[in-house]
Design a protein. Structure first.
Length: 255
């Protein structure tokens, strides 16, 4: 696999204004992963900062611009978080290479949301996921993406963390998004791992006034003055989502 197979850049029509450096950092991490090194990366920032947009653009690049990359993805959800395996079942839409076994909790539970799991069952599901990932990475690199990891059910969080702590020397990238304001809802042991030395955290910095001007010009055809751009940054905290919403909702003559 050559380095060129994961090369890419943010084109002029990309919605990721101000996120070029983050995108390039993810590409570089993927290059390292493809050489046989597990990586765990967390994109951090408040709601509206563009975490999901970066994640989705990176996954699209993996699907269309990088050869031999398999993607497993899940999205945290407030309501589904009450169900054990809600997140796991999203990741395991593809049948695992072997079924779970050797736990004392009774018949094997399906990879669909259930009420609760015992500790033995959590460990067993982690073993199943780990085996599944190892099998997939033997044929190419694997990206495991979880958007809004803070909204994932507790059992899926524990399963993922168990796996991430133990996989080494494999072509697997775990890529998560996290809103730090909602981090306290994550179990302490999981949060300790996500904020520890084994995980690379990439903060999503606020947009600058110049970047807001570029966004307004590129996607809304609005030529913002420097004063207006600075005003938008102050009002929105430089978060892309509210900037876009204001540019879309207010008449162009407002600016």
């Amino acid at each position: 696999m050559t380095a060129g197979s994961v090369q890419g850049d943010i084109g002029a029509d990309s919605p990721l204004v101000g996120r070029d450096a983050v995108f390039e950092e993810l590409l570089e991490i993927l290059r390292t992963v493809r050489k046989g090194k597990v990586a765990t990366v967390v994109l951090t920032g408040p709601s509206g900062c563009g975490k999901t947009a970066v994640l989705e653009s990176f996954l699209e690049h993996c699907r269309t611009g990088a050869r031999g990359v398999r993607i497993l993805s899940a999205m945290g959800d407030e309501w589904e978080a009450q169900f054990a395996l809600a997140g796991y079942s999203q990741l395991m839409l593809t049948s695992p290479l072997r079924s779970a076994k050797a736990y004392d909790g009774g018949p094997h539970l399906p990879a669909t949301p259930v009420a609760a799991l015992s500790a033995d069952q959590v460990v067993n599901y982690a073993s199943t996921l780990s085996t599944h990932l190892e099998g997939l990475q033997s044929h190419g690199s694997v990206v495991v993406a979880v958007d809004d990891v803070h909204k994932l059910d507790v059992e899926s969080l524990r399963i993922l963390t168990f796996v991430m702590r133990r996989l080494h020397g494999k072509r697997i990238l775990f890529l998560l998004t996290l809103n730090p304001a909602e981090a306290p809802r994550i179990p302490a042991g999981v949060l300790d791992f996500l904020t520890g030395h084994q995980v690379e955290r990439i903060p999503m910095e606020p947009l600058s006034a110049q970047q807001v001007q570029e966004l307004a010009r590129r996607f809304h055809g609005i030529d913002l003055s420097v004063t207006a751009a600075h005003g938008l940054v102050r009002h929105t905290g430089g978060l892309p989502q509210p900037v876009v919403e204001l540019l879309r909702e207010l008449p162009p003559e407002t600016w």
